[in-house]
Write a protein that binds this ligand. Sequence first.
Ligand SMILES: Cc1cc2nc3c(=O)[nH]c(=O)nc-3n(C[C@H](O)[C@H](O)[C@H](O)COP(=O)(O)OP(=O)(O)OC[C@H]3O[C@@H](n4cnc5c(N)ncnc54)[C@H](O)[C@@H]3O)c2cc1C
Length: 441
Amino acid sequence: MSHPLHGRHHSVVVIGGGQAGLSMSHCLRGRGIDHVVLERDEIGHEWRDRRWDTFCLVTPNWQCQLPGFPYRGPDPDGFMGRAEIVSYVREYAKTFELPVIEGVEATRLRLTPHGFLVRTSQGDVTAEQVVLATGPYQVPLIPRMAERLPESLVQLHSSQYRNPDGLPPGEVLVVGTGQSGCQIAEDLHLAGRRVHLAVGSAPRVARRYRGRDVVAWLDEMGYYRRGIDEFADADAVRFRANHYVTGRDGGHDIDLRAFAREGMRLYGRLRGFSSGAFTFDQDLRKNLDAADAVSEGIKDSIDAYISSHGIDAPSEARYVPVWQPSVEPTELALSGITSVVWCTGFGRDHRWIDVPIFDGRGYPTHDRGVTSCEGLYFLGLPWQYTWGSGRFCGVAADAEFLAGRIELLHRGGRSSEVRWLAGSPPGTYESDDWVAPRTVA
Ligand SMILES: Cc1cc2nc3c(=O)[nH]c(=O)nc-3n(C[C@H](O)[C@H](O)[C@H](O)COP(=O)(O)OP(=O)(O)OC[C@H]3O[C@@H](n4cnc5c(N)ncnc54)[C@H](O)[C@@H]3O)c2cc1C
């Protein structure tokens, strides 16, 4: 069978056609560097296929700053819904006629004596340099206790949840209170479903404070420009859960205590399942207090900024908890529960990348996306360099930075031993041809 891409060579192959891969493509185009973007599905499908119906951005639209394509819609302070986000991303590729090939999956990446070999579902492609823009949230994570739950229970990961009607009638257990868990719990709650929510340790942030969206304050305060190297606890910052808040209906706080007052049942972290009941840690009070403390701490820093810069901003009363757990429930009987929505996050699967650049946790060793293998880069990792790296607002700066590094090698800065030799037949390298990458300091 002949594969349409087999034998193609590009200076750069970008793997992944989400906002990161497209941003990279735009920056490479601007520098006149020949490249192709390989996307296994369709542009924008992560937003289209793995978000729920009422999904909205939590970051304001003005933060959508793809390179050369800032948000220009009518509602910069609003929060695009799922369909608008898909259009924004697809329109980007279309406007600049970016060289994306959809429906092509990269299944293996190797370094040969002559450059990179990308094995794809459509044949082998070779490249001098490769950018991995395969997404920050790849593999849905579900704790293995799920396997022990009765088959009668419908179980979904947050990436599979669409709307309340997609679940059978009855009570729902939502596990996890990151952004997805809180927003899905709210979606079900607003639809009148009885929700049981296992509350974890994710922090929260207020939507607005002292007359402005908190994101606007933090932006003005320079928070989004801070590099990861400015943080003493860089690792903790990089892997910390996102703050919960929502852009739904124009944007508002998510206050789990208010939900509880309205009838949602809150529990601590889900511990397990035994004798027909879910069991929980006794940390509900602690988790709610900690989330509020983070939110109030952010307000403290906004207050300090306002005062040190003599800004005329309205004063605002601080948050007062509207509900406290009288007891810490440690069990929830299965009866009545018909579904579980696991909002337990995502992992990454890099097993197909056959280049030794990973650390003991499987996380790629890199500095601002430049890996220890010359010519190999990541783009779009959460906190790759700044808060916005894995989001719409910071990917442009990262892509531009990488484009500069790629151009340096492209214009002749690359060591001769791994430079691609034009004319070498691609796709014929066996394991003996695999070479250890030249590590860069
Ligand atoms: C629930 C949720 C809410 C979010 N809310 C916001 C928000 O409000 N604001 C914000 O700025 N960000 C938000 N983000 C974060 C971020 O903007 C998105 O995750 C975004 O999709 C990341 O873009 P990306 O291009 O890096 O990755 P993705 O959009 O995941 O794109 C990666 C692409 O690579 C493709 N791919 C993967 N592996 C291969 C392969 N081997 N071969 C070929 N193609 C491959 C995939 O098909 C995919 O299309 C949110 C994320 C989630 C999960």
